[in-house]
Design a protein around this ligand. Structure first.
Ligand SMILES: N[C@@H](CCC(=O)N[C@@H](CS)C(=O)NCC(=O)O)C(=O)O
Length: 215
């Protein structure tokens, strides 16, 4: 049996739960982190010395780091659309996962979501926030160009490529910031919203996080 630790408002948990939902994996979810606590418990630190969620225990195999978990679940339970045996084909999805973690996620999640949405108004560094909003506009315009001739980042079907970047969409389109016109990204987002796993695990209201720097 698969066990997943994390809080439902955690962006990194959402990526994992979205894939768990797509793969229809039976699982137990244990709320952990923020007000649920538990991350400093010795038993939790023995699983993840970094003391962060998400973490999974899959029949005794412990995995932490959200994107490592995505790769693990896709390789263990996915069909070849999520994890190709061919390194070249697999790299088509992996590059978008790594791009998302190295480029989009720092600018959006740290710069905009934390810097703007989670920071109380009087404490915001608006020149930093505005620079990050502009950086995000460039990231989404890049995605818009790629998605102009395909429904998903690697072609006709959802793959691991779409999960980290796609998890940003709900918050990006919900919060009150300036956005460029990105019709192909908006169409991609509508395709995500048709998926029950996306609606259940990613479209999680987050207004309780507004202006709150604590977890
Ligand atoms: N790079 C890690 C980041 C893990 C991380 O920072 N998780 C946050 C939640 S998104 C966390 O555990 N925060 C502490 C808390 O929720 O109490 C990953 O992708 O899993």
């Amino acid at each position: 049996m698969l066990t997943v630790w994390g809080r439902r408002s955690s962006f990194n948990l959402q990526k994992v739960m979205w894939l768990v939902g797509e793969l229809k994996l039976p699982h137990t979810h244990i709320p952990a982190g923020a007000s649920h606590g538990g991350l400093d418990d010795p038993a939790f630190l023995a699983m993840n010395p970094h003391g962060r969620v998400p973490v999974i225990d899959d029949g005794g195999t412990i995995v932490w780091e959200s994107q490592t978990i995505l790769r693990y679940l896709a390789a263990r339970y996915g069909d070849s659309r999520f994890w190709s045996d061919d390194p070249a084909e697999r790299s088509l999805a992996e590059r978008w996962m790594d791009w998302s973690q190295a480029s989009l996620q720092p600018d959006f999640l740290l710069g905009v979501f934390w810097g703007f949405y989670r920071t109380p108004e009087g404490q915001r560094n608006m020149s930093m926030v505005n620079a990050k909003i502009r950086a995000c506009a460039r990231h989404f315009q890049l995605l818009d160009r790629v998605l102009a001739d395909r429904p998903f980042l690697c072609g006709d079907a959802l793959t691991l490529a779409d999960i980290p970047a796609g998890t940003s969409l709900y918050r990006y389109f919900e919060i009150d910031i300036e956005r460029p016109s990105v019709p192909h990204v908006e169409a991609w987002y509508r395709r995500m919203q048709e998926r029950p796993a996306y609606r259940e695990h990613v479209m999680v209201p987050f207004s309780e996080l507004y202006g709150r720097l604590d977890y």
